[in-house]
Design a protein around this ligand. Sequence first.
Ligand code: SF4
Ligand code: SF4
Length: 387
Amino acid sequence: MEAVTGDGDHSRPRRCALASNWAVAMEIAEELSPNRQKKTLVRRTRADGSQRVRHAAQWLFVALNAWIGVQFYLWVRYYERGATGLYVSRPPGVDGWLPIAGLMNTRYLLTTGRVPVVHPAAMFLFLGFVLMSVLLKKAFCSWLCPVGTLSENLWKLGRRMFKRNFHIPAWLDVPLRVLKYLLLAFFAWFIGGMSAEALENFMGSPYGIVADVKMLNFFREMGLTAAIVIGLLAVLSIFVQNFWCRYLCPYGALLGIASLASPVKIRRDEEACIDCGKCAKACPANLKVDELVQIRSAECNACMECVAACPAQDALQLALPARKNAEREQRWFHRTLHPVAVAAVIAYIFLGVVLVARSTGHWQTNLPQSDYMSLVPYADELSHAAF
Ligand code: SF4
Ligand code: SF4
């Protein structure tokens, strides 16, 4: 593995103690090369606040999910206690944790033109997150997803503990990255092959109805194998940046494909850039930000770590294409997305989707309490093989 060093305030990372003398000598030789033109640094006039805004959005979403989780747990316990004790309504937001239901319901909508009745919120949230990706790259992953937030904090913990993270070498990195697309292809093939009737029967089956309860039970009654796998992923995430997201998450793979259509991208102004390479070193997706003029990659999650690390005025931005034939000062005028604007677009989409679903009566799964009473306490006994 290749070691990557860095620090929290994005000042030039200290050279890794393990870096070979040869690599250092090559770097110095390159810096001294007569062919390499030194550019004058025009320092930023305003500090970049992207990471503060993004972290606020991340923790707000973690808090929202924690609230949904507690409410859902209380709802499940009510039925497990035989409909006694404190009753709270089922929070439909829990459907956001059912991405496969979201995919199935979206396919059902596309096939029949009808909004599904079981876990409709899964579909609305899924479509909202896809729209977010089409407009703002994979912003969902780095601004909202609680798993992404956990993953990011694990690699930052690793960097604090060991003063470095590790990059898996390209010969292994590329085939590993393919894994998440293979998983996505499997789900797409499986769900794509289901008829509307089969989708309706599956989602309306006892198993489909309590898919959320089964998910909760998975964490409540976790077996040794599952605990070891999750523990292993957590440990790997300490050493390798965003291990789960980079290699295994099919949801991120799908959003990455959608993000290729995004008109907003990380864009580098070659004239303003001083070729310091800080952006590339800061990028958790290991993208060559310092060598490209725009980042098209499906791996870019719009985290803006690169923008935060850049010291030069107007050299790097999350932006629409620059104005053509404009002077340097005018080139990015009304083209750059301020982090607060990114957060606002994300909030508009998220709240807009919830509002549309609620106002059309398609947010809640509307089933009588008697159905839940007969299913929730027995969720563990239900298997999808039976349906
Ligand atoms: S290119 Fe910039 S925005 Fe994209 S993943 Fe890398 S650091 Fe984040
Ligand atoms: S765009 Fe990257 S290489 Fe260019 S000045 Fe900014 S941080 Fe340095």
